[in-house]
Ligand binder design. Sequence first.
Ligand SMILES: *[C@@H]1O[C@H](CO)[C@@H](O)[C@H](O)[C@H]1NC(C)=O
Ligand SMILES: *[C@@H]1O[C@H](CO)[C@@H](O)[C@H](O)[C@H]1NC(C)=O
Length: 244
Amino acid sequence: MVSSPFILQMLTLLMVVVTAHSEKRAAILARRMVNLQSSLHFNSLRSDDIPISMAEYYVASDTCSDVEGLSNNGDPILLLSKMSTSYKNWHNNGTISVTIEKPKMGHFDGIMGKPRGIFFGKLRELHLSHENAKRLAGHFLIRHPDARHWLPDDHESHVHDTRWFEFEVQSVYFVGGFGDRSFIGNISGNVYHQDLRDDESYPCHEVNLQDALPKEVEGGSRSLSQQSSFDGFFQLIKTLIMNY
Ligand SMILES: *[C@@H]1O[C@H](CO)[C@@H](O)[C@H](O)[C@H]1NC(C)=O
Ligand SMILES: *[C@@H]1O[C@H](CO)[C@@H](O)[C@H](O)[C@H]1NC(C)=O
């Protein structure tokens, strides 16, 4: 007869395997969400210990594979002004997190059923070569054309105190949607950052937004041929449809 401790052990093992599998799947969804979105909420502590949240722009490092000096592992890359509340609070007290969510798509859509995550980690200032900073700016401007007014070290920039930062994700509290159907829980930094390219359901590395937008987009794909911009554009549409 099989002893009950044995069955319990097997059940525990099964649960560990299932949890690990759903954590990896959640990591894929979280990375996809981060790669498709481009703004986040930067959560920081004010000097009176009250938590506050400010909208900030970012670009996903996964979509900037030609920039050396970034991790290319799903970390968001932010451009912060030293005058901003987010920067000042972080500078006074490094206790921060960022929130990223998939927005609702129409009147009858609801954000409660959509993926969202709180990302815990640390902000690291990037010191990029001139070449790499230019490439990064190109990727950033595709998502945020208005940010051309406050790029760092740019003579035409109106604001001269902005800096590039990588938000190094250490863990994620991820809500995949409604609890009965979706993963709700923690994703470790290692699982979030792992190379997910072997997974066929993971299109992130195929999406190069630089390829995906037409030539007129400022700072972007000027060197690309019209043809490849076009292919890229369809690739982007396909990915968007697959993800929504
Ligand atoms: C940040 O503020 C919290 C709350 O006052 C405090 O517990 C923590 O030690 C502070 N951290 C730093 C790095 O100052
Ligand atoms: C996630 O991690 C936090 C911090 O370690 C912990 O307090 C919380 O219970 C965890 N949540 C789940 C659902 O495991």
